[in-house]
Design a protein around this ligand. Structure first.
Ligand code: FES
Ligand code: FES
Length: 165
């Protein structure tokens, strides 16, 4: 069975018919060709499918697409602005914080949420917040370095003086 829903994805409204049993991950990839959200475990354990829903990290593999109606959906494809990478993306590249990069969109989006809640997290706070994102390549040390740097970059970008802990 299909249902007409209005999905707001990366700032644009889309009216589309979705199967009521399809997840947001399936719809993002199959319908909208947004392949940044990846399927890893498919059961909410790995974070590869993370998108931001009203700013909060959400496992799109667990959420029915129809239930995302009325929410602000942000995928990794919506993070850069005017062709310029987001400071968090720049930090991940600068620190080579990936190997295969399968996990990277999820880590970056979770980091965005973290830095909105806590603009100057400690390494311990970063590890705790990102515990739901798994990296099979084991790039955790580089990822932590990137997130610390990303925090400074975002503060500078937002016009606040760095207050590195
Ligand atoms: S694929 Fe969704 S949490 Fe692993
Ligand atoms: S870089 Fe390969 S899974 Fe994280």
């Amino acid at each position: 069975m299909k249902q007409i829903v209005n999905l707001r994805i990366n700032g644009a409204e889309h009216e589309t018919a979705v199967h009521t049993h399809h997840t947001l991950l399936e719809v993002l990839r199959a319908e909208f060709k947004l392949f940044g959200a990846r399927e890893g475990c498919g059961i909410g354990m790995c974070g590869a499918c993370t998108v931001l829903l009203d700013g909060k990290p959400t496992s799109s593999c667990l959420l029915l697409a129809a239930l995302a109606e009325g929410k602000e959906i942000l995928t990794i494809e919506g993070l850069a602005e005017h062709g310029k990478l987001h400071p968090i993306q720049e930090a991940f590249i600068h620190h080579n914080a990936f190997q295969c990069a399968y996990c990277t969109p999820g880590f970056i989006l979770s980091t965005k949420s973290l830095l909105e809640e806590n603009p100057a997290p400690t390494a311990e706070q970063i590890r705790a917040y990102l515990a739901g994102n798994l990296c099979r390549c084991g790039s955790y040390v580089k990822i932590q370095e990137a997130v610390l740097d990303a925090a400074a970059r975002v503060r500078a970008h937002d016009g606040n003086l760095p207050t590195q802990k």
